[in-house]
Every structure is written in C-alpha cells, then in structure tokens.
Design a protein around this ligand. Structure first.
Ligand code: ADP
Ligand code: ASP
Ligand code: MG
Length: 408
C-alpha cells in the first residue's frame, strides 16, 4: 500500500516527539508499505516567525513572508528524515518545491495548481521513505509560496490525490473529529465518520482540526482522509462520502470561530451598484468576506452595511473601506473584533426542521444576543459577543444531544 501520513505541529513539537513520529513511520514502512510523510513546523514556530516579521515591519511583503514562513517546515522535514534514517530506514527529505508542488502566486494563501510527482515517485521506487515539507509550494516563476494557515493538511491530501495513495492519515493532538472542540467541551463525542460536506462546513466555521481547503480537495478527488492521534493507536475519524446514516441526526457538530472581525460601513447610499463596488474592491485584494448584512434603508437614501473578514485581514480591510467610504459619501467605518461566530452543522438539517429555532431559543435562554445570522442547507451560524462563546458552544452541544461516551 502507498500511505500518506501528515504530522501536525504538536506531533513534531520537540526532539522526542520527532523521534516518536519516526518510530511510527518506521513501523508503517516495515509493514511493507510505501510511505510519504508530510510534516508541519514545530508548534508555535509559524506564529513566532510571523511575530518576528511584524517586529521588523508593519507591512511585510507577502513574497518575503512566504520565504520566511516556509522555513519552519524545512527544519522538521530534515530532522524527521534524520530520525527515520537513525532507525535503519532509508529516508529523503524534500521541500515543497523539490516535491513538485506548484501553486498560484497568491502569497500567504496560495492554491495548489499541480504536483509534478516524478521525484517523489522515483525516491519511493528506490525504497526511500519520502518526507515532504508541508504548507508550501512554488510558483511557475520559481517563488516560494505558503498555502494558508493549517496548510500542511492540504499538502498531505493533495499529495495523496496526486499519487493515488491508498490512505491519507492526518495525525494530530486529538484522536479524531469530535462533535465539538474537545478542548472546550470535555464531554464532546468522537465521530466514527463524517461526510466531506459536514467536515468542510465545520472546518470553514472554525474547527481547525482539518484545514478547509484540504477537505475540499479531498472531496473533489475522493481521497479518504483519516484523522488520528500521533500519541496513541485509537481508531480515528474517517472523512468520507455521505451515507444514509449521516442524515439521521439533525446536528452532528458545533463549531466556533473567534478569528473574525466585523466591519460596518455606516450610511451607505441605497442605490444599485454600491455593494458590487465595495465587495469587488475587497475581493480584488484577495480578502474573503464571510457574513454580510444589509438592512433596507428607512429613509430611502442610506443604510448600514456590515460584513465579517478574518482578523488577519482586518487592517487591510479597514484601509480599503475607509478609502471607499470617502468615494461613496458614506458616514464612517466601524470595526470590532470582540466577536465570535458559533455554528451548528449537519446534513440531517435538510430533512429535520426547527434547528435554527432551537438554536436561537437556546442562546436567548442564556442571555446571549445574536448580532448576525447566516444559514445554508446544512448549517446555521450566529455572530455573538466573544465573552459568551464558550457558554454558547456548551449550551448548543447539550441541547442538540451531542454529549456521550467516546465512540469506539
Ligand atoms: P495540528 O497542529 O496537528 O495540525 P491543529 O491544532 O491544527 O493540529 O488541530 C487540532 C486541534 O483542533 C485540536 O487540538 C482541537 O483543539 C481543535 N478542534 C477544533 N474543533 C475540533 C473538533 N470538532 N474535533 C477535534 N478537534 C477540534
Ligand atoms: N505551520 C503552518 C501553520 O502553523 C502550517 C500547518 O501547521 O499546517 O499554519
Ligand atoms: Mg492544523
């Protein structure tokens, strides 16, 4: 079998843990498998590099940022290869570009365009375990890129797809995907399996156990993804195609996201083309907008327009909207980041009614005010004050009956 294993930041967080990863890799190789390993930087390392850049410059160039950030994964890739060799197994370390990962040129959140697998395949055929640096690629022009936070998951899934691997195992510090973050709700239950669609919603709504784009990629190329712990041998969670069982429950998970900021442009003229202008400008800056609310104007002339963006894009968005505001004749821009988005997700929502009503009622019973609501076929999200986040997650987890013993 050809197995792709990805080890996250905590799993390679120090020398002993890298040696532990090497043992697991060696075991898989000794069982007769071809193994490709994708590693993240040591935990905290990417944040440290970002902070260094911020201390140097208020506005570091994104191209240079990527060169900097990609270094964290180079370190663990080389060290992991050394640790595997030490156990008597041949190993080769590759950077993203050496592994043929070609991306577009949107620095700091590049998309993988293709993978030239020749070098990796040749090394596997020569009997090497291949260790690839996650989170990075290279443009056609030869510039190093990174794939967005949590992007090593995407590297692993994309490599698994390109190599037609038999399995893509994501090893992390929890032993699977739970009904909500087990670090917030100790009573959260491990799921035996989850559909790509639900996992994609959970991830995009804040459950960082898998990067959203990695799940999207997995769904597109039908890569079976298993989330497991690198610290034990518990069975993990399979992310797979939806089946009939999955529709039985209305809500399968609760997610939270405290990394958003809410922008309000006040007294925007109420006429055609204004929203298009605002969001085109923001999209052109490669900023992803999430929840959008626009009220109808009471005076027929102007209205407030609110939307959310990632906190990391907040300053860039403020600068853009303030400039737009002057051109549009709006009254001002407000920004707040003491907010959280909480969401309930489940494919069963397509057939069960009343989920949104139960969610709103539960929040009301706990005195939590809802600022913004957004829904899709399989999720309901509410924006609330950050200080109520944990309370809200616990209350929703309970009201939808998600507590329970760990599934085996
Ligand atoms: P890695 O460094 O291995 O990539 P991450 O920190 O990115 O790990 O992701 C694992 C973390 O995701 C867990 O420690 C947990 O706190 C968080 N998490 C959030 N929601 C969930 C969920 N529904 N199930 C499991 N883990 C979750
Ligand atoms: N090291 C990168 C990050 O912290 C990528 C990853 O861990 O997947 O976002
Ligand atoms: Mg991660």
């Amino acid at each position: 079998m050809l197995i792709v294993q990805k080890y996250g930041g905590t799993s390679v967080g120090n020398v002993d843990r890298i040696k532990n990863v090497a043992k697991r890799v060696a075991k898989t190789a000794n069982n007769g498998n071809k193994v490709v390993v994708v590693v993240s930087a040591m935990s905290g390392e990417t944040d440290k590099l970002i902070s260094l850049a911020q201390q140097i410059s208020a506005n570091p160039q994104e191209r240079e940022m990527d060169l900097l950030l990609s270094s964290g994964e180079r370190v663990t890739t080389a060290l992991t290869a050394m640790a595997v060799e030490d156990l008597g197994i041949k190993a080769r370390a590759f950077t993203g570009w050496q592994a043929g990962i070609v991306s577009d040129s949107v620095h700091t959140k590049a998309k993988i365009e293709k993978i030239n697998t020749e070098r990796v395949k040749a090394a596997l055929d020569e009997g090497y375990v291949v260790i690839v640096a996650g989170f990075q690629g290279i443009t056609e022009q030869g510039d190093i890129t990174t794939l967005g936070r949590g992007g090593s998951d995407l590297s692993a899934v994309a490599i698994a797809a390109a190599l037609h691997a038999d399995a893509c195992e994501i090893y992390t510090d929890v032993d699977g995907v739970y009904t909500t973050d087990p670090n917030i709700v100790p009573g959260a239950r491990k799921l035996e399996k989850i559909s790509y669609e639900e996992m994609m919603e959970l991830a995009s709504l804040g459950a960082k156990v898998l990067q959203t784009r990695s799940v999207e990629f997995g769904m597109k190329y039908n890569v079976p993804i298993v989330v497991r712990s690198s610290f034990n041998d518990n069975p993990g969670t399979l992310v797979t195609k939806e089946d009939a069982d999955m529709e039985q429950v209305a809500v399968s998970g609760v997610a939270y996201d405290k990394n958003q900021a809410k922008v309000t442009i006040k007294s925007v003229p109420d006429k055609p083309g204004i929203a298009a202008r605002i969001f085109k400008t923001i999209a052109d800056a490669n900023i992803v907008v999430d929840m959008i609310v626009q009220n109808t104007s009471t005076d027929g002339k102007s209205t407030d327009l609110s939307f959310t963006v990632a906190k990391t894009d907040a300053q860039k968005t403020r600068a853009l909207t303030e400039e737009l505001m002057r051109g549009l004749g709006a009254a001002g821009v407000d920004m707040r980041d003491d907010i959280a988005k909480i969401s309930v997700v489940g494919v069963g929502m397509r057939t069960h009614s009343g989920v949104a009503a139960t969610m709103f009622e539960t929040l009301a019973n706990h005195g939590v005010n809802i600022m913004t609501i957004s829904t899709s076929e399989i999720k309901v999200s509410c924006l609330i004050e950050l200080k109520y986040m944990e309370l809200a997650v616990r209350a929703l987890h309970e009201v939808f009956g998600l507590e329970g013993a760990v599934q085996k």
